[in-house]
Design a protein around this ligand. Structure first.
Ligand code: FEO
Ligand code: CA
Ligand code: CA
Length: 696
């Protein structure tokens, strides 16, 4: 039987995405309370000519419509007629037709689902164990002091693990037995939970400088205990490194050196200090990591230009008041500094002296993440979502081929791969008549939310220069004001595009839409076939099949893989899998694949009364759509950075204790160290007590 939800309320029902007001305030600068930044009138799915039948044949569509008509009504997502469900998903070998398949869960997902709960703990399945790998403030660099939250300094913090760990990567360390290199994002700071007696109206310079040092990235070597699966940090390793809000970066690619990027401190337009609000990211096949600068707008005061408005840069003071301590955070005084944030950052963790880069060729928006795969001839393809209500998702196709090897010349070549290529934005077309998409989540007559799509080129960067494909915009403008380019070419407004991951097994691409409470509300765009629920609280996941299954393709077919929520809600859908034994899920955010090809989904902002969690779901075979919760995180926390290896699951527990009204003196959580200890974001490893692989 499906585990029932506990009857509890959340402290945050009035906040979009189920988040606390504190999360909205510190993480994204109350993005969901501001006007929707995308007021463009470009078409959306329902209005784009729906004539294309997409990947469905006319014959199949006709057959399904006949079945729906015979039943007297169109189906509802999650309760499609048996005929509308592919035979394999409906039962498959050993399963009753239309019922739950017999046999075991998909390989990799054979664990007892964790029930929804509100424990101030990381709760894992029976038979699994966990440890905290590293916490905010643990010293990782030589000379860094032990963590002392009562006497924290910027110098100490710059040598310690940063705040609010999000994206995680684990890279091999050849020659170092049982060790790997962990790279983490430190997305943002929660000052009221970091500093006792913090006064939001009057932050001190000392507090602000600690916050600068707590943002950014960390590289830290970790070592596994072969007997237990426990993973621990190795302090003072020569590859350990911190990157902060004041570390020097290089701007590269087609907009580097542009007048739009020049400031009084940097007349070259090529050198910028720091990275901000790194949310999720990706690992490249050439051994570097990518990091998305997401809600960068909230750090800048005094915006007023139309371009500022499109990016949500406010006209007044900021929440953290950094502009009082460095004028570059005041747009009125330093108008171009804000143009130097909102990029994908590339970091070379194997070279602790390297200068990290900001890639202008991948465009400027609220990058949630950046995930990479290669074309058959070795060129990089990078997917990235713009995490804003009614914004777009993008793809970059590089023109240079990756080289193999580890020489300095090869490494330098590979670090330039993301400087040349074409940036595309997605436009989706539904294959059902717009009138059949009523905003309730009810399936259209053809039994599926699906259709076709195109990647629209917006600019191309070459060694000789860059070319715009958008009328009225120069190439530099496309790369710096990418949202406006998407508006002009009629990209599809989506329900907050988060992570995008191609399956390493099937090549299908999964696009996570976390939620959009404004869909269909007031003058905002109404539901369409790719975003089929108005006031979408729980989010959904699209599955793309690119033309000929080639990553460089400019066309794709799409369908909804998952429509999230309580399975008892008829507007939910789990790829056609029967819903009596799937876990409830709300607000999918970051995703990862395990070695078996299952998709693992972390959540941010559960609206069903439970804490956030991590879930595994089969993407193929007879168990396709069977979703199982693997863990839950502590009070106020979001589940981030999931990584699933053969023998270990790694999660970043971000913003534990971030509950309205909580402070250092009045904590809502005391995770991970218990009563009397300050709450600390931390990375957690989970493994099987019997030493076997995860979920087999
Ligand atoms: Fe930082 Fe889109 O979540
Ligand atoms: Ca359809
Ligand atoms: Ca995220």
């Amino acid at each position: 039987m499906r585990k029932l939800l506990p009857l509890i309320g959340t402290p945050s029902q009035s906040h979009p995405g189920g988040r606390s007001a504190m999360t909205c305030r510190f993480r994204c600068g109350d993005a969901c309370f501001h006007e929707v930044p995308n007021t463009s009138d470009n078409a959306y799915v329902g209005d784009v000519i729906a004539g294309a039948i997409g990947r469905r044949s006319v014959m199949r569509a006709a057959a399904v419509v006949t079945v729906a008509a015979a039943a007297g009504t169109a189906g509802v997502a999650g309760a499609p007629s048996a005929a509308a469900v592919p035979a394999e998903a409906a039962g498959g070998p050993g399963g009753a037709p239309g019922g739950k398949p017999g046999g075991k869960a998909a390989r990799g997902l054979r664990y007892d689902s964790v029930a929804p709960n509100t424990a101030d703990a990381v709760t894992v399945p029976d038979g699994y164990a966990q440890n905290v790998v590293i916490r905010w403030g643990e010293p990782i660099l030589r000379g860094a002091p032990a963590f002392d939250p009562e006497n924290q300094t910027a110098a100490a913090q710059a040598g310690q693990f940063g705040y609010n760990n999000d994206f995680l990567a684990l890279l091999p360390l050849p020659g170092e037995c049982d060790r790997q290199l962990l790279v983490a994002n430190h997305e943002y700071t929660d000052e009221v939970l970091m500093f006792r007696g913090y006064d939001p109206a009057n932050p001190t310079r000392g507090q602000v400088e600690v916050a600068w040092a707590a943002h950014g990235l960390a590289a830290v070597v970790v070592e596994e205990d072969r007997r237990t699966g426990r993973l621990t940090a190795v302090p003072r390793h020569h590859l350990n490194r911190r990157v902060t809000a004041t570390t020097e970066f290089r701007l590269t690619g087609p907009a580097a050196g542009s007048d739009l990027l020049k400031t009084s401190a940097d007349p070259t337009g090529r050198k910028v200090l720091g990275t901000l609000n790194n949310c999720s990211g990706g690992t490249t096949p050439w051994g570097t990591t990518l990091h998305g600068e997401e809600n960068f707008n909230q750090y800048f005061a005094g915006g007023g230009r139309p371009t500022d408005k499109r990016y949500g840069i406010g006209t007044g003071a900021t929440e953290r008041k950094w502009e009082r301590f460095d004028k570059r955070f005041d747009v009125a005084q330093e108008p171009n500094e804000v143009h130097r944030f909102g990029y994908v950052v590339e970091f070379d963790p194997y070279d602790p002296t390297s200068t990290p880069r900001k890639h202008t060729a991948l465009g400027r928006f609220k990058h949630e993440a950046a995930t990479v795969r290669l074309t058959e001839d070795g060129r990089p393809v990078v997917y990235s979502g713009d995490d804003e209500r009614f914004d777009y998702f993008y793809k970059f196709v590089g023109s240079k081929r990756m080289k193999k090897g580890s020489s300095r010349a090869v490494r330098e070549h590979n670090l330039s791969l993301l400087d040349e290529g074409t940036l595309y934005v997605a436009r989706l077309t539904g294959d059902s008549p717009a009138i059949e998409i009523d905003g309730s989540g009810r399936l259209p007559a053809d039994g599926e939310f699906d259709g076709s799509g195109v990647w629209i080129p917006i600019a191309t960067a070459t060694a000789e220069g860059a070319v715009s494909h958008v009328e009225g915009m120069s190439a530099e403008e496309v790369f710096v004001f990418t949202r406006l380019a998407g508006d002009k070419v009629g990209a599809t407004k989506m329900d907050r595009p988060e992570d995008i991951q191609p399956s390493p097994v099937t090549g299908k691409v999964y696009v996570v839409l976390t939620n959009n409470g404004n869909r269909g509300v007031g003058a905002n765009a109404k539901a369409d076939e790719a975003n089929p629920r108005n006031a979408n609280k729980h989010g959904h996941i699209l599955e793309l099949t690119e033309g000929r299954n080639r990553p460089e393709s400019t066309s794709f077919a799409w369908s909804l893989f998952l429509v999230a929520g309580d399975p008892d809600d008829p507007a939910t859908y789990f790829a056609g899998f029967p819903k009596d034994d799937v876990s409830p899920i709300s607000c999918p955010d970051n995703v990862a694949f395990d070695p078996h090809g299952n998709l693992w989904i972390s959540t941010d902002g559960n609206q069903l009364g439970s804490h956030d969690g991590l879930f595994g779901v089969a993407t193929r075979g007879s168990r396709r759509g069977e979703l199982k919760q693997f863990l839950t995180v502590p009070t106020g926390a979001e589940t981030c950075g999931p990584l699933v290896q053969d023998r270990r699951v790694l999660v970043a527990v971000q913003h534990p204790g971030e509950v309205d009204g909580a402070t250092v003196d009045k904590p809502a959580s005391t995770w991970p160290d218990g009563p009397g200890k300050i709450v600390r974001p931390a990375v957690v490893a989970v493994w099987r007590k019997d030493g076997r692989d995860i979920g087999v």
